[in-house]
Ligand binder design. Structure first.
Ligand code: FAD
Length: 420
């Protein structure tokens, strides 16, 4: 008898975990992704701030699945899913499945602000992190030659929209890059001439954290020289400025948008399914699509309600759902079923700068050096690939002792289209 085929659409945190759990358990496993690597998105900001190289936070998928029983990887863009006739359509072929796990993640959400979408930088993909690094380094080169005071000021102003973990981590890392490295590379530019501004619509940074940790993060950033604008909304942007609600305009050539995500475009290419907030696919408590028990949606794409609210778009949610989806398929083949998916919240953390982070886990709160050390160890632990772990650890150790950032390479001076 031929084996049943499980297709996993997307090999991020959720897809990879599901694949690991299913490999060798009696199925034919087909893993599909438009990239030939698994990307560790939480460290993208370190690529953008010249701390790590691209390859260090990505791992080739073929290398990962090599040796896994009955497992094949297909490099392809999935452009449609037909749950009625159990097929997925890629840019090269149509593939049938017995079980499907949809794990295509998310895209940046500009909430319909076209001018911001056109002019902002984005931090979801590896090439986008590289673009942003090029931009930062190139702005310093241009500022050096600029004699007009206002134009020079705009070149040296970096605006980050969104005070969540990505905005906070990027702001802190950029400040350190400027103070420790770029101001030395460019002796004519004092670090005090540069501005890093976080614009956040809520009344605090890191809204998922307890009050005292939010305040710690805000004060720490300010002490490092980052400006924090709370209860401020961006309403538009040009290549050289950003406009805030209320009439303020800030001159800048570098605007990073980290203020919202929505389900990946693929969610819109599955006819007949219900979508919730941010376009996420509404799933039942067992992560299946209503009426289609052989299709499960996990991670950022899934709108999985828990106590009336959707689970956050975070790596641990995706990973735990990936594990659950795999176990559920195995159980179903044995004629059994699993209880509803339950997310085990292990906490949250964000690093602010050298020896400084905030973390909350199991009712305990940490900040400063201890939280920073925990952040470091956890990220090393979850990074895929032994070599990546070793190289990242060496890079971090080097940066810690010598306050250097090695990856100061401008690979392109032309701003590419970075929209997903
Ligand atoms: C800059 C940044 C920082 C973050 N920091 C943290 C953090 O500190 N902690 C935390 O918990 N979470 C963090 N997150 C969120 C976390 O990365 C996501 O929640 C997690 O990656 C979701 O996993 P997923 O499996 O749903 O999707 P992803 O990991 O995004 O994987 C989706 C996969 O699907 C593939 N794909 C998408 N569309 C298609 C298609 N049409 N065809 C083929 N393949 C496709 C993609 O190439 C990708 O490999 C961060 C995210 C970003 C962008």
């Amino acid at each position: 008898m031929s084996k049943k085929r499980v297709v996993i659409a997307g090999m991020g945190f959720g897809g990879l975990r599901a694949a690991k759990a299913l490999a060798g358990s009696g199925f034919e496993l087909l893993l599909v992704d438009r990239n030939n690597y698994h990307l560790f998105q939480p460290l993208l900001y370190q690529v953008a701030t010249a701390g790590l190289e691209e390859e260090e936070i990505a791992y080739p998928l073929r290398g990962l699945v090599r040796g896994w029983k009955d497992t094949t990887f297909l490099l392809a863009e999935i452009i449609g899913i037909n749950v009625a006739d159990r097929t997925i359509r890629t840019d090269s072929e149509v593939i049938s499945y017995d079980y499907l796990i949809i794990a295509a993640g998310s895209r940046t959400n500009y909430f319909g602000m076209d001018s911001v979408a056109k002019n902002a930088f984005d931090l979801k993909r590896l090439d986008q992190a590289e673009d942003l690094r090029n931009q930062i380094l190139f702005m310093f080169e241009r500022a050096e030659r600029e004699s007009d005071v206002r134009r020079r000021e705009a070149l040296l102003t970096f605006v980050i929209v969104g005070g969540g973990p990505t905005g906070v981590e990027f702001a802190g890392a950029l400040r350190e890059l400027i103070v420790y490295v770029l101001s030395k590379d460019h002796p004519t530019i004092a670090s005090s001439e540069t501005r890093i501004i976080i614009v956040e619509a809520a009344n605090s940074l890191l809204t998922a954290m307890p009050d005292d940790l939010r305040e710690y993060a805000r004060l720490k950033l300010i002490s490092m020289g980052v400006e924090v604008m709370l209860e401020s909304k961006v309403i538009g942007a040009t290549e050289e400025s950003v406009q805030l609600f209320g009439g303020t305009t800030i001159g800048t050539h570098t605007l990073l948008w980290s203020a919202g995500v929505a389900a990946a475009d693929l969610a819109g290419a599955i006819p007949g399914i219900e979508r919730g907030g941010a376009g996420r696919i509404v799933v039942q408590p067992d992560l299946t699509i209503p009426g289609h028990p052989n299709v499960m949606v996990i991670g950022d794409m899934a709108c999985c309600l828990t106590n009336g609210a959707p689970l956050p778009m975070m790596a641990p949610v995706a990973s735990q759902q990936g594990e659950y989806a795999a176990q559920s398929i195995v159980a179903r083949e044995r004629g059994a079923s699993l209880p509803a998916f339950r997310y085990r919240d292990k906490g949250a953390m964000a690093t602010i700068g050298k020896s400084s982070a905030v973390a909350v886990t199991g009712g305990f709160k940490f900040r400063g050096y201890i939280a920073w050390l925990a952040w470091l160890l956890l990220h090393l632990f979850y990074l895929v690939g032994f070599r990546n772990r070793v190289v990242v650890m060496m890079n971090w150790t080097y940066a810690y002792w010598f306050q250097e950032r090695q990856v100061r390479i401008i690979t392109s001076k032309n701003r590419r289209s970075v929209r997903s």
